[in-house]
Design a protein around this ligand. Structure first.
Ligand code: SAM
Ligand code: SF4
Length: 454
């Protein structure tokens, strides 16, 4: 096991003997990629620390089986930090008078998008505080259009995912029509008394409205949605199992499970007053990632720069499938120093450094936006994952988008590392039409043809 986890206090040993056969049964079910119930996930979260190796290895196998070696990269783009809410943990909260407030103009948003494009990014997560008057939905829609219009053919943002406040069905319809990728919203905590304590005022104080946001989004035709809890607000085991229960409930009600689950962990944020009673240590955090991978095998797991480089590298082997890289959490923060951040990030590596380290750890960095543009979304996408068909498409598209990155942005050492591996990466796709097609398209991409995908 990584040394990163050895120094952490261990998860308390339960006061009862663990039934090893039961654990093996649960893990066998998980490795059949059929998911776990919230109760089974709770059993895994309660295991003593010496089960970690086994859990992490199972999670790794499940990720490998369904998604292969690809790791999708993206960056957040904050368009505004104006907020009428009072979330105690967030520096954007209304009461924080020490924060410089900014709502970017469309020209500034285009500038930020161009900055990310020139780094090599193709996927953006648009983020904003909640201020229905100063930051209405019309402004968000215009911003999405601005981001999609930035750059030039071949050098552009191809997928804009969105993480904005819970809203009404008609607004979700407008977001869908604006061509968003995934709509993400974190429940923060499912524990109602804690939620109430941490969200004392503003529209977000309405627990029920927040909790039912995805039902409205799905009703409006948004097929790819992302859930999350802010780990560190309440007991991580309860919030993780509640998140799993939420995912299962949405699947049984609407026929679609979450496209992604994010695992933000609480970070220091300026002028905030969040109790630290429920801090989640590295070992517990890694356990959460593994259990989510086992319980929701078809769902992407997103890790942000809230985690340190060593932790992020380690979690590649525990089932993470998407990562932000080279992020700024301040509106206008790319290319400029800014004191208007939402919280302190901890992985300050450049995109190039992250790409290099992913390759060195045996994974394939991917900037793919293929599924979304080919209409492989929602329940249809899930079916492809469940039948093991996405893995090979992911591998092909990861190679094609990495080739584009390597040609335009990579350092000589990353270029060399990729050049040494194209053939072995291609061979990870089973021999036949798929591999031949990927090989031919890779030849085109490496010859400079942009935006090639399957
Ligand atoms: N304002 C919307 C909302 O709160 O739903 C949009 C998302 S907000 C810009 C992004 C997320 O950042 C929040 O959902 C929250 O989980 C997370 N966040 C806020 N403060 C944080 C902190 N101190 N550490 C880590 N994550 C934080
Ligand atoms: Fe506003 Fe979102 Fe921060 Fe809460 S988490 S204060 S809603 S930006």
């Amino acid at each position: 096991m990584s040394t990163i986890l050895r120094e952490q206090p261990l998860i308390n040993e339960p006061p009862y003997a663990v039934d090893k056969r039961r654990v093996e049964e649960i893990l066998a079910k998980a490795e059949a990629c059929v998911g776990l119930s919230a109760e089974q996930a709770a059993e895994l979260l309660a295991l003593p620390a010496h089960f970690d190796e086994q859990l992490f290895a199972s999670a790794k196998r499940v990720k490998q089986k369904l998604y292969g070696a690809r790791l999708v990269l993206f960056a957040p783009l904050y368009i505004s930090n104006l907020c009428t809410n009072s979330c105690l943990y967030c520096s954007f909260r209304q009461e924080n008078t020490l924060l410089t407030r900014r709502k970017l103009s469309q020209a500034e948003i285009a500038e930020q998008a161009n900055f990310l494009i020139n780094m090599g990014h193709k996927r953006v997560l648009l983020e904003a505080g909640e201020d229905p008057t100063a930051v209405p939905l019309g402004y968000v829609l215009e911003s999405i259009h601005t981001i999609y219009s930035a750059g030039s053919p071949g050098r552009e943002i191809r997928r804009v995912n969105v993480n904005i406040a819970a809203t009404a069905t008609e607004n979700y319809r407008k977001l869908r029509d604006a061509g968003i990728g995934t709509y993400q919203l974190f429940q923060e905590t499912y524990h109602q008394p804690t939620y109430r304590l941490l969200h004392p005022r503003g529209p977000k104080a309405d627990y029920g409205y927040h909790l039912t946001a995805m039902d409205r989004a799905i009703e409006a035709g948004i097929e790819d949605f992302g859930l999350g809890v802010l780990l560190g607000l309440y007991d991580y085991r309860q919030d993780t199992t509640s998140l799993i229960a939420h995912a299962h409930a949405l699947k049984s009600l609407h026929g679609i499970g979450p496209h992604t689950v994010s695992v933000p962990r609480l970070r220091p944020a300026s002028n905030t007053h969040c109790p630290d009673t429920y801090q989640v240590n590295d070992q517990q955090f890694a356990r959460v990632v593994a259990v989510l991978r086992l319980a929701l095998p078809l769902t992407g797991i997103i890790l942000s720069t809230r985690e340190a480089p060593a932790m992020r590298d380690f979690l590649l082997d525990v089932g993470v499938s998407q990562m932000s890289a080279a992020s700024s959490t301040a509106p206008g923060g790319y290319g400029k120093e800014s004191d208007s951040r939402q919280f302190e990030g901890i992985d300050h590596r450049s995109l190039e450094e992250v790409v290099g380290s992913i390759i060195r750890r045996g994974y394939v960095p991917s900037f793919c936006t293929g599924c979304y543009r080919k209409g492989r979304r929602g329940a249809g996408f899930m079916q492809l994952v469940a039948h093991g068909h996405i893995k090979d498409m992911c591998q092909a598209n990861a190679l094609l988008t990495l080739a584009e990155y390597v040609l335009q942005f990579a350092s000589p050492s990353t270029k060399e590392a990729a050049n040494e591996r194209w053939e072995s990466w291609l061979r990870a796709i089973p021999a036949g039409v798929m591999r031949d097609n990927a090989r031919e398209k890779l030849r085109l991409a490496l010859a400079g043809e942009g935006d090639v995908y399957v």
